[in-house]
Design a protein around this ligand. Structure first.
Ligand SMILES: Nc1nc2c(ncn2[C@@H]2O[C@H](COP(=O)(O)OP(=O)(O)OP(=O)(O)O)[C@@H](O)[C@H]2O)c(=O)[nH]1
Ligand SMILES: [Mg+2]
Length: 319
C-alpha cells in the first residue's frame, strides 16, 4: 500500500474535497514497536479508545501481535501492537521478538516508542540499528513526557535523530493522552488512499477466548513478582455459554516450577482467588455480561520451549 494518489484523480474527475461524504478513503498499517515497557500497549489502547492489549509495569507484558482498528475521519488506521524487542533467550522470547519484527515489516509507517525517562538505552540503540536497514518510514514517538522535564526531551530527540533520521518526531504521554491528537492527525494524513481493510466496528482481532486468557495473565503480572509472571502462561480451556446469558470460562495457568505454583496459589488459595476475582471483574466489563471464571494452576516444566504452548497463544514455532 504505497499508492499516494487519490483514486480517479484526473482533470475530469477531481477527488471531492476532504470532509465531504464522498471524500476518498485512506487506509494503512501502523506498527507500534520499541523496547519492553516503553508504553506501546498503553498507546494502542488509548488510540483505540478501549482495552485491546494488556498493560503492566513489568517489561515483556505483550507476547504476540494484536491489531486495533481506529477510524480517524475517512482514514482507517490499522495499528499493530507488538511485543517489546529485547535480546531473546528462550524459545518463547525468540518467538515474541520475531513477532515484533514481522509486525514492522509490512507496515506503511512504524512508530518507534521510546520511554523518554529511560532515554537512550542499549535496547533502544540495538532496535535502531535494525530499523536503519528497514525501508519502512519510521516515526519517533517519545512517550511518558509527563514523567520528565520537557527541557530534557529536545537533547534526547537530537541524540536519537543522530542514530537514525526519523521522518517525524512526536512527544506524547500515552497515559495522560497528551500529544495524541497531533499524532493521529499526522498518521491519518500519511497513510495511502485506498479502501478500508476492516469493518468500521471491528476494533481488534483478539478472539474472546484469548482475551480472557490475557486478562488473567495481566492480573498475574500485576499481583506476582520476580520470576513468576514471566514463567506463567494462560490458556482458555472451556467457554460455555449459559442459558441465563452468562458465560463460564475455564482457564489453565501453566508455570515452570512447583515453587512458582505455590506462590501463584498462595496461602489457602488466596493469591489465585484474588487474581480470579479481579480478572473476572475486568472481563465482565469488557464482555458486558456476567462471567464465572475458574482458574486451574498446573506445573509444566519447560512450557516456554514447547511449540504447542506457544501456538496456543498465537505465536508460531519458527524459533
Ligand atoms: N507515567 C506514564 N506511564 C506510562 C505512560 N505510558 C505507559 N506507561 C506505563 O508504563 C508501563 C508499561 O506500559 P505498557 O503499555 O505495558 O508498555 P509496553 O511497551 O506495551 O510493554 P511490553 O508489552 O512489555 O513491551 C505501565 O505501567 C504503564 O502504565 C505514560 O505516558 N506516562
Ligand atoms: Mg505491551
Amino acid at each position: 500500500m504505497t499508492d499516494d494518489t487519490p483514486p480517479n484523480d484526473t482533470p475530469n474527475n477531481p477527488p471531492p474535497a476532504a470532509g465531504t461524504p464522498e471524500a476518498p478513503t485512506r487506509c494503512g498499517l501502523v506498527a507500534v514497536v520499541g523496547a519492553p515497557n516503553a508504553g506501546k500497549s498503553t498507546l494502542v489502547n488509548r488510540l483505540a479508545g478501549s482495552k485491546v492489549s494488556i498493560v503492566s509495569p513489568k517489561p515483556q507484558t505483550t507476547r504476540f501481535r494484536i491489531r486495533a482498528v481506529v477510524m480517524q475521519d475517512r482514514t482507517q488506521i490499522v495499528l499493530t501492537d507488538t511485543p517489546g524487542i529485547f535480546a531473546p533467550r528462550r524459545r518463547l522470547d525468540r518467538a515474541m521478538v520475531a513477532a515484533a519484527w514481522e509486525g514492522a515489516q509490512d507496515a506503511d509507517v512504524a512508530l518507534l516508542i521510546v520511554d523518554a525517562r529511560a532515554g537512550m538505552t542499549e535496547a533502544v540503540e540495538s532496535i535502531i540499528s535494525v530499523l536503519k536497514r528497514s525501508k519502512v518510514p519510521i516515526w519517533l514517538v517519545l512517550n511518558k513526557s509527563d514523567l520528565i522535564d520537557t527541557k530534557r526531551l529536545l537533547p534526547l530527540t537530537a541524540t536519537l535523530n543522530e542514530q537514525l533520521s526519523f521522518e517525524e518526531t512526536f512527544m506524547i504521554s500515552a497515559e495522560k493522552g497528551d500529544g495524541l491528537d497531533r499524532l493521529m492527525t499526522a498518521l491519518a494524513a500519511r497513510l495511502p488512499y485506498g479502501p478500508w481493510l476492516f469493518p468500521e466496528d471491528e476494533l481488534s482481532d483478539l478472539p474472546e477466548r484469548m482475551l480472557a486468557a490475557e486478562i488473567v495473565r495481566e492480573q498475574i503480572l500485576r499481583q506476582t513478582h520476580e520470576e513468576v509472571p514471566h514463567h506463567a502462561t494462560v490458556e482458555t480451556e472451556q467457554w460455555q455459554e449459559r442459558r441465563d446469558g452468562s458465560v463460564r470460562i475455564d482457564c489453565t495457568i501453566y508455570v515452570g516450577r512447583a515453587t512458582q505454583k505455590a506462590i501463584l496459589i498462595g496461602d489457602g488459595g488466596s493469591k489465585v482467588k484474588e487474581i480470579g476475582r479481579r480478572a473476572r471483574a475486568e472481563l465482565e466489563k469488557l464482555l458486558e455480561r456476567r462471567v464465572h471464571l475458574f482458574l486451574n494452576v498446573k506445573e509444566r516444566q519447560g512450557w516456554d520451549e514447547e511449540r504447542a504452548r506457544l501456538r496456543a497463544i498465537g505465536l508460531d514455532d519458527a524459533g
